[in-house]
Design a protein around this ligand. Structure first.
Ligand code: AMP
Length: 420
């Protein structure tokens, strides 16, 4: 399968070629034809699968081919709603790159910064609007945005909207959209409330599920270190002595720990910064750019701050703390090993995190290699090394969603039939 098989027009094919994309990723191969024929789509895909291009490319093509687009001042035809500023900016960049040979205009709006530049861009007119929910509602109230001309609506990372408490805002925005429209709904997981929302806003959707969150990317090497909580910072410094760790995204569970870890690293002479919800938008963007451009070697992040963070060629993900929601582990490590590149994910596990590790093992249905030869090794008990005996019995098989982890089971129920 190549992009030529997907009936894409020359300006877009050329843009993809100049991006160096040789062939469509699975979600692109499956979603692009569905979107181009105008159907609604329910897509289960995490970041890192190429899902942005999967919707941006066909939307750009449909708008570029729309004969009614010749008007002097463009009107908003496509709305992309996404939960975070970082995601909004990254989606905006994607539209810029894939649409560079078209005359289509887009802009990105999000909160936490002055609205002036955003309202100026809206006044000049755009065909495509990429927005976070709060700022969009604000600008609708102030009459800077009118959604009555929307023909295509993308709801991105719906489950994260729910996690972040945006679901009421999202519903309010949807209530103001024209009934006749194409809707593309993306979510990595399907909690009941998200599944109900999908049912109410999609019309006869075609379903595409790729790389379910339970299957970790094969190209990512995974290893776990058993270590006491107090020694985690020493272990991190020890690992970072290895120059093979060119860039590392370090995950912590709290903002406080993220700050402390970054501080410890800087004190030890390692270029590091922290990114989390308490930082201003400018500080987060600056930290992100420093990391992307390799001015910093380590970015320490909480899950919400890192969501959607797209760093090409990220060599290592380090779980300083293990997440207590096992799907988060898969999201975290999916930041490395992007688009076929190899990557490494290290996890630190202290005595209190054994259950988290056990849940992760159940979800990914494989055992993560234990690294024993490090200076901070704890004398692990049998249950620490293999916290869930059931895991070894199923290693290498399909994810264990039938027993044990009922929350994971619920989350996947909606997509079980959507695969293939
Ligand atoms: P996304 O899942 O949209 O966040 O995309 C993940 C990464 O994959 C981004 O860095 C894209 O630039 C890259 N990407 C998307 N589609 C392709 C493709 N067909 N070939 C190679 N890289 C791609």
């Amino acid at each position: 399968m190549t992009f030529d098989n997907l009936r894409l027009v020359a300006p877009i094919l050329e843009a993809l070629k100049s991006e160096g994309y040789l062939r469509p990723t699975p979600i692109q191969a499956r979603a692009i034809p569905i979107i181009l024929k105008g159907a609604d789509l329910l897509g289960c895909a995490q970041t890192g699968t190429g899902k942005t291009a999967a919707f941006a490319v066909p939307l750009l093509q449909m708008l570029a081919e729309d004969k009614n687009m010749k008007k002097e001042t463009p009107a908003i035809k496509t709305l992309v709603l996404t939960p975070t500023r970082e995601l909004a900016l990254q989606i905006g960049e994607s539209f810029t790159r894939y649409g560079k040979n078209t005359r289509l205009r887009h802009t990105v709006i999000f909160g936490g910064v002055s609205q002036k530049a955003q309202t100026d861009a809206l006044r000049r007119g755009v065909h495509i609007l990429i927005a976070t929910p709060g700022r969009l509602l604000d600008l609708i109230d102030q009459k800077y945005v009118d959604l009555k001309g929307i023909e295509h609506f993308v709801l991105d990372e719906a489950d994260r909207m729910l996690d972040m408490g945006f679901i009421r805002d999202v519903k309010k925005i949807i209530a103001g959209l024209p009934k006749k429209r194409q809707t593309l709904f993306f979510s990595a997981t399907m909690p009941a409330e998200i599944s109900r929302l999908a049912d109410t806003i999609l019309t006869k959707p075609e379903k595409v599920a790729v790389t379910p969150v339970s299957s970790t990317v094969d190209s990512i090497e995974q290893a776990v270190y058993f270590v006491d909580k107090v020694n985690k910072k020493h272990l991190l410094l020890h690992l970072l002595k290895d120059p093979a760790i060119v860039t590392a995204l370090v995950f912590t569970r709290t903002k406080h720990v993220a700050d402390r870890v970054a501080r410890d690293l800087v004190r030890a002479g390692i270029r590091a910064e922290a990114i989390h919800g308490n930082k201003s938008q400018n500080a987060r963007q600056r930290a992100l750019n420093n990391f992307k451009e390799r001015r910093t070697r380590v970015l320490v992040a909480t899950d919400i701050a890192a969501r959607g963070l797209d760093v090409e060629e990220l060599s290592h993900v380090i779980n300083y703390d293990l997440p207590n929601v096992p799907e988060t582990y898969v999201h975290r490590i999916g930041r490395t090993g992007r688009a076929g590149l190899s990557g490494t994910a290290f996890s630190f596990c202290d005595g209190d995190e054994k259950t988290c590790l056990s849940d992760i093992h159940k979800l990914i249905a494989r055992k993560i290699t234990v690294i024993d030869n490090h200076p901070f090794r704890v004398h692990e008990t049998r249950s620490m090394r293999n916290p869930d005996d059931a895991v070894s019995a199923v290693a290498g098989k399909k994810p264990l969603l039938k027993s044990g982890n009922s929350s994971a089971r619920n989350r996947y129920a909606g997509f079980r039939h959507a695969e293939r």
